[in-house]
Design a protein around this ligand. Structure first.
Ligand SMILES: Nc1ncnc2c1ncn2[C@@H]1O[C@H](COP(=O)(O)OP(=O)(O)OP(=O)(O)O)[C@@H](O)[C@H]1O
Ligand SMILES: [Mg+2]
Length: 434
C-alpha cells in the first residue's frame, strides 16, 4: 500500500544549534477513547482525515485478528505504512518487572523481522519511567540516550516511542526509529502513534484477560481430573503399600526392596496431590524446622535409583549446608525433583548434573545445574507460566509453576541462569529463618 502524502509538511523547523538534541515528551497520552476521538475529530476538521482512517484500520485489525503475534505485526505494518519510520517495534513487559522484550519487529523495506535486532533500551526505559511518549530528534546527540549501545551502533537519530498503558501500568512500548537526521518525526506523528497505542493497549489487555480465563479453565479441568484419579488410585495404592509391608515382615531379606516400593508409592501420591492442590489455587505448606542434610540424603537416594537408567549422566553432589531450615520437607523434595527432571530432559541422558545446597548469608540456596541444551529468552520469560512447555513430549508445563508456587510460599525466590547450548542453573533461595 502506498504511503499517503504526509500531512505535517509544515513542521516546526529545528531551532538554531541543531547539534543539540531535540527531545520532546508529550503529556498527551490518551488513556480514554473519548479523548482520542475528540482529538481526531479536530484533526479531521483540519483536513487530516488520513490519520482518522489509520485509527480505523488499527481498530478493525484488532477486532478481526485472533492471534496475538499476528495482531502486533499487523499494527506495526499499519504504523509503518503511515509514519516515516525505518523500523518499528512493539515491546512488552509481561511480568511487570521492567524486563521489556521485543514481541514484534518490522523493517519498512524488508517487512517482518523474525529475529528482532537490537532496540534502544535506554529510550524504552525512559518511556517506562516517565509513563509518557518520547520524541527524540537526534538520539546520538542526546545526553540521556547517546550512551545507549544500540543508539550508537545503529546511529539512531530520530526515535519516537509511546507507552502501552494497561490500568496505569506501562505494559509495553511501541517504538519507531530512523537513522535519518533530525526532523524525521513531527509532534503530529507522535500524537498519531499515541492514538494507535491506545488501541493496541486495549487489544493487549483483551488478550491477557482471555489467556487468564483459558488458564483458569484448564486448571479447574485438571483439578477435577486429578481428584478423580487420586480417588480411584487411593485403594490400590493403599493395598500395594500394605502388602509390600507385609512381605517385608515375612521375609526380612526383602526389607530394602519393600522400602523402595513404599517410597515410590508415596512419591506417586505426592505428585498427584501436588497437581491437585496447585489446580485448586495454591499449595498449602506445612512448614516446620527440618534438617537440610536429611532432605538431601533422602533426595539423593531416590535420585540415584532414577539415574541408574542413564549411565552417561554424571551426578555431582555439593552439600555444603546440612543444618536446620524452616520448610515443608516433602514439598521441597518435590521442588528438587521437578528441577532435576527438567535438567535430565534437557541433557537427553548425558552430561553433568550438579545438585547442591549452601548457606548464603541469611539464605539457604539450593542449586541444580545442568549441561543440557539451555533455554532461549522466550522460554525463560515464560518458564513459570502454568501449561508452558516446550520441546518435550508429554510435558504438562506445570513443573516450574509448582516450583515457584512452593518457593514463594516459603518466602523465597527462584533464580534462573541459562543460555541456549550452554546449560542451565536454577537456584532456589529460601530464608534460613531467625
Ligand atoms: N533445565 C532446563 N533446561 C532447559 N529447558 C528447561 C529446563 N527447565 C525447564 N525448561 C523448559 O521450560 C519448560 C517448562 O518447564 P516445566 O517444568 O514447567 O514444564 P515441563 O517440564 O514441560 O512439564 P512438566 O514439568 O509439567 O512435566 C520445559 O518444557 C522446557 O522447555
Ligand atoms: Mg518439568
Amino acid at each position: 500500500m502506498a504511503r499517503p502524502e504526509r500531512p505535517g509538511a509544515g513542521r516546526p523547523a529545528a531551532p538554531a544549534g541543531a547539534a543539540t538534541a531535540q527531545i520532546q515528551t508529550t503529556q498527551q497520552v490518551f488513556t480514554d477513547t473519548e479523548g482520542l476521538l475528540a482529538s481526531l475529530a479536530g484533526r479531521a476538521a483540519r483536513g487530516e482525515g488520513g490519520r482518522l482512517e489509520t485509527i480505523y484500520k488499527v481498530s478493525s485489525a484488532i477486532g478481526a485478528i485472533a492471534d496475538h503475534d499476528q495482531l502486533l505485526d499487523r499494527i506495526l505494518e499499519i504504523v509503518l505504512d503511515q509514519l516515516p519510520a525505518e523500523r518499528g517495534f512493539i515491546l512488552v513487559d509481561e511480568k511487570g518487572d521492567g524486563g521489556f522484550r521485543v514481541e514484534a519487529a518490522r523493517d519498512r523495506r524488508t517487512g517482518k523481522l523474525e529475529v528482532p535486532p537490537q532496540v534502544s533500551m535506554t529510550i524504552i526505559q525512559e518511556v517506562a519511567r516517565r509513563r509518557e511518549a518520547v520524541l527524540c530528534m537526534d538520539a546520538t546527540q542526546d545526553a540521556r540516550f547517546s550512551h545507549g549501545l544500540s543508539v550508537a551502533r545503529l546511529s539512531l537519530r530520530s526515535v519516537m516511542a509511546v507507552p502501552l498503558l494497561e490500568r496505569g501500568r506501562v505494559a509495553g512500548v511501541i517504538e519507531l526509529d530512523s537513522s535519518q537526521a533530525s526532523k524525521a518525526f513531527s509532534r503530529d506523528d507522535l500524537e498519531m502513534l499515541n492514538g494507535i497505542a491506545l488501541q493496541a493497549s486495549i487489544a493487549l489487555e483483551r488478550f491477557r484477560l482471555q489467556g487468564d480465563l483459558v488458564r483458569e479453565q484448564r486448571l479447574s479441568t485438571i483439578g477435577a481430573m486429578a481428584s478423580t484419579i487420586i480417588h480411584d488410585l487411593r485403594n490400590p495404592m493403599t493395598a500395594i503399600k500394605g502388602f509390600a509391608y507385609l512381605l517385608g515382615k515375612r521375609n526380612p531379606e526383602n526389607h530394602e526392596c519393600v522400602g523402595v516400593i513404599v517410597a515410590e508409592v508415596e512419591r506417586i501420591n505426592g505428585m498427584l496431590q501436588e497437581i491437585l492442590e496447585f489446580s485448586r489455587g495454591g499449595t498449602s505448606l506445612q512448614v516446620a524446622d527440618a534438617d537440610v542434610g536429611v532432605l538431601m540424603d533422602d533426595f539423593f537416594r531416590t535420585l540415584e535409583r532414577d539415574l541408574a537408567e542413564s549411565p552417561e549422566l554424571v551426578l555431582e553432589r555439593r552439600v555444603d549446608y546440612r543444618g536446620a531450615l524452616p520448610m515443608d520437607r516433602e514439598r521441597m523434595r518435590r521442588v528438587l525433583f521437578n528441577l532435576v527432571h527438567n535438567a535430565r530432559d534437557a541433557m537427553e541422558g548425558r552430561g553433568r548434573l550438579l545438585v547442591g545446597v549452601a548457606r548464603d548469608g541469611d539464605d539457604v540456596v539450593f542449586r541444580v545445574e545442568d549441561t543440557g541444551k539451555g533455554m532461549d529468552e522466550e522460554t525463560q520469560a515464560r518458564l513459570f507460566e502454568p501449561f508452558f512447555t516446550r520441546g518435550k513430549k508429554g510435558g504438562f508445563g506445570l513443573g516450574m509453576a509448582i516450583v515457584q508456587n512452593v518457593v514463594q510460599g516459603h518466602g523465597g525466590r527462584v533464580e534462573v541462569a541459562s543460555a541456549p547450548g550452554k546449560g542451565t542453573t536454577i537456584r532456589v533461595r529460601l530464608p534460613a529463618g531467625p
